[in-house]
Design a protein around this ligand. Structure first.
Ligand SMILES: Nc1ncnc2c1ncn2[C@@H]1O[C@H](COP(=O)(O)OP(=O)(O)O)[C@@H](O)[C@H]1O
Ligand SMILES: [Mg+2]
Length: 262
């Protein structure tokens, strides 16, 4: 499998064609952005930390019956994925009130949201990702009623699995953002699940273990990402997602590959 031309380049990742039909390479770059692109930096190793966390989580989800675009890691920052026709929705699942939901609604920061709250934004940078509702999603023909139901069901399942994964490492999964796409008639989880896209709090100290460290200058961002990757990938909770598949899935085991973390 060979990497071919650049298909598109986003704020933090670049997507390349391959010589295999239906397969793309997602490269996790060291770029980090926040506040709608208003804050930008390059942080050394950020790409590989996010790639490693994403790869580990995708494999854990797959083992537990979630269809994801993940195929294998090519090197520490490049992931081979199934090509999807992306659905321009940012599906956000919230277990604890934090971030925009606290700014925009009368929730107290840290309040438990039970059942979890799903918020779906329109992925459109030029419009600043406005929030949607079911009727708007249908009217804009972004998804059918049936697809929307499947997306919400998958989001809640992913949430339950991630809550369990994080709890095993004494981490609270506050919220996270995911994207889905279609391959034929099937909907797959795409994009990434990383420290950029999850909000994680240490259960004991309540310290931020995610991009909020960057957003609000709370400390050494890469030291935090590095520690979180180590914590997540050594977790005992996703036992089902251990050894076997990871070994075949990771082509060249490198220092930071998920299979070395036990
Ligand atoms: N499996 C996939 N097939 C096609 N496109 C994908 C896939 N997974 C993610 N993408 C898209 O690749 C881009 C990733 O780059 P990113 O830097 O996150 O972009 P953005 O600035 O749009 O968030 C996103 O636009 C995302 O929707
Ligand atoms: Mg993105």
């Amino acid at each position: 499998m060979k990497q071919k031309g650049l298909l598109y380049t986003g704020k933090a990742k670049s997507v390349y064609r391959t010589d295999t039909k239906g397969q793309l390479i997602v490269e996790f770059r060291d770029d980090i952005t926040a506040f709608d692109g208003g804050k930008k930096d390059k942080l050394k190793n950020k790409g590989s930390y996010n790639a490693e966390a994403s790869a580990f989580i995708f494999q854990y989800l797959e083992k537990n019956g979630v269809k994801t675009h993940f195929l294998e890691m090519i090197d520490p920052r490049r992931m081979l994925v199934r090509e999807l026709s992306m659905i321009p929705l940012e599906v956000i699942v919230r277990n604890v009130a934090a971030g925009s939901i606290v700014r925009n609604y009368p929730f107290k920061e840290g309040a438990r949201l039970n059942p979890p709250v799903i918020v779906i934004d329109f992925k459109d940078d030029s419009r600043h990702d406005p929030m949607l509702n079911d009727d708007l999603i249908i009217a804009l023909k972004l998804a059918t009623q049936k697809e929307l139901a499947a997306i919400k069901k998958a989001a809640l399942k992913i949430n339950a699995l991630l809550v369990k994964l994080m709890a095993a490492q004494e981490i609270t999964l506050v919220d996270f953002k995911i994207e889905f796409g279609r391959a034929g008639k099937t909907i797959y989880l795409g994009d990434e699940i990383s420290m950029d896209s999850m909000r994680l709090w240490d259960k004991k100290t309540k310290e931020s273990l995610d991009k909020d460290v960057y957003r609000f200058d709370k400390g050494d961002v890469m030291a935090t990402y590095n520690r979180v990757v180590k914590r997540i990938t050594k977790t005992a909770a996703p036992k089902k997602a251990a050894a076997g598949k990871l070994k075949t899935a990771v082509k060249k085991p490198v220092k930071k590959s998920p299979i070395k973390k036990k």
